[in-house]
Design a protein around this ligand. Structure first.
Ligand code: IMP
Length: 202
């Protein structure tokens, strides 16, 4: 089976490729990137919109993923706005000095200053769209928002997220350690279980 991966995020694509290794499913790179408006109100809706757009354009079963960091003390933000949190009016627009990633983290840490309840979780929803049929799966990774960034691995908010049961930030874990506990790892393994009918060890 071959699936088109409906994402332009290279870090996300690399994680998806690792997670599908050994599944017998080949992940294809789209011939070109589509700009799909993420107008949904949930991770599922946004992943569905992306997968459907790629399927309808290229005619190949498409796999999309939508994810983000949910912080209950911030009313669920950054949530579905995680990738462009810095530019939201909510919480004040953050100027991009070095990169969008740094601006997102800076805004999050500013809003978390003095906040006692630092619990947070990453959420991932993967959608496989095949026209007249489809599948979806979700995964969650619980932890807390750190007071400062630590580590160079991963992407996005990884340096400021400490997963439950670990003393290191997500960015300080090896790729294999992250895959084992991550929201994306759980969502993909659940999807593969339905798709292939078996659990895959990674
Ligand atoms: P999406 O491409 O709209 O799904 O945006 C996902 C955004 O959520 C990313 O740009 C990151 O900011 C954040 N995010 C999702 N998954 C992760 C992760 O595994 N680590 C760190 N940040 C993540």
């Amino acid at each position: 089976m071959r699936l088109l991966v409906a994402t332009s995020n290279r870090s996300k694509r690399a994680e998806l490729e690792r997670l599908f290794q050994g599944s017998g499913i080949e992940l294809l790179v789209p011939p070109r990137e589509l700009s799909v408006e993420e107008s949904g109100e949930s991770f599922f809706q946004n992943a569905y919109l992306k997968a459907r757009a790629y399927y309808e354009t290229f005619g190949v079963p498409a796999l999309a993923e939508d994810s983000g960091l949910v912080v209950p003390a911030l009313g669920g933000y950054p949530g579905i706005y995680s990738s462009r949190f810095y530019q939201l009016e909510w919480g004040g627009v953050e100027k991009v000095e070095t990169s969008e990633k740094e601006a997102n983290i800076k805004k999050l840490l500013r809003l978390m200053e003095g906040v006692h309840d630092r619990r947070a979780y990453f959420h991932s929803c993967v959608v496989l769209y095949m026209g007249n049929a489809g599948l979806w799966a979700e995964g969650r990774c619980d932890g807390e928002v750190l007071a400062e960034a630590r580590g160079e691995g991963g992407f996005g908010y990884d340096p400021v997220f400490r997963p439950e049961g670990h003393q290191r930030s997500m960015a300080e874990l090896s790729p294999e350690e992250k895959d084992r506990i991550s929201h994306r790892g759980k969502a993909v393994r659940r999807l593969l279980k339905v798709l292939c009918g078996k659990s895959l060890e990674i």
